[in-house]
Design a protein around this ligand. Sequence first.
Ligand code: NAD
Ligand code: WQD
Length: 341
Amino acid sequence: MKKTILVTGGAGYIGSITILELLRNTDFEVVSLDNYLNSSPKTFQRIKKITGKDILNYEIDLRDLNSLRKVFENQKIEGIIHFAALKSVPESLAKPHWYYDNNFNSQLNIMKCCEEFGVQNLIFSSSCSVYGEVQNLPVDENTPLSEVKCPYAHTKRVGEEMLSFWAHQSGVNTIALRYFNPVGADPSGLLGEDPRNTPTNLVPVITGSAIGILPPVKVFGSDYPTRDGSCIRDYVHVNDIADAHIKALIYLFEHKNTSFFDIINLGTGSGVTVLEMIQAFEKVTGQKLNYILSNRRDGDVAQIYSNPQKAKKLLNWIPQYDVNQMMETAWKWQINLKNEI
Ligand code: NAD
Ligand code: WQD
């Protein structure tokens, strides 16, 4: 009997690529839940175009417990990948209670349904933003957490803490994956990031600017104590992130976890500067990017990158895509998105 996996936030950026990789590489049945708060039903048309398969999406707000229960009554769910959340750092600073309401109540309802319907396996989307400003690099999972910089990061930090306590009490096998900076698109060029909001993350800002729908790129800060003065981040391809989720799910199904709750970093381990990202874009596209050196952005840390050894050891996860491929796939997607009918 095939296991059914519920992917919340399945119409979003990482959720949709994960569904695609689940369809390509596993036997799992997949159902999605997404209210299109930051996405659209077009995602599922794109997945169908690539795989020929229809995905059942429940258009439900996760905060609506009674509607959520129906999803679990309709089919036996054996694993959940909980992506659905609001994720914008600046928006969370402007509207903190919206972020606390959406992210916590969605998560709490998922936890309640795990208990009510006997779901034993849960993967939670966490973020490197839980580390705050760190002194010692690279960061591993034991790096002490410093003050978070925004309500968004706070929802992830507290979300992890809630799960840690609850997983032991409820016996639900839970893993929180802390993504560093997911970027890029499916190599087919037919699926990638397509948010309702104007993008603020570096790579969609670069590709959006290059294609003419966003203004020239501002490089936030050129006086940081880094090799070229711009910030350093650990960019990781979205299909590698998706692959890690599948590996984490199988790890739980095979009962390889030794504790009910664990935390795993998902990054490549390499720090790349903003200017190096721009150079990679120019190299793979053969076009000059219009950018200006600008002031630092509030809340940015100078540098952060992961120690990914735990993911390698426990999940046998080794990221496959380099920075050039991240830019190449992001650009291919941006062009196709512009031309999509
Ligand atoms: P996304 O916005 O593209 O996808 C999230 C999806 O969740 C959207 O389709 C949205 O409509 C849906 N959603 C939000 N609230 C909902 C609710 N109450 N009910 C139903 N659906 C709801 O974001 P993403 O980039 O795919 O991120 C997925 C997860 O990964 C999020 O939890 C995010 O915080 C986390 N994360 C993302 C990044 C990143 O840079 N993209 C980095 C670290 C962690
Ligand atoms: C990357 C670098 C900017 C835009 C956030 C969250 C993190 C994760 C990813 C969710 C920084 C610089 C950016 C621009 C720029 N998301 N930049 N010009 O801030 O590292 O991480 O998103 O969990 O948790 O904190 O990502 O893509 O916004 O910025 O110079 O127009 O690019 O200063 O150094 P960030 P980002």
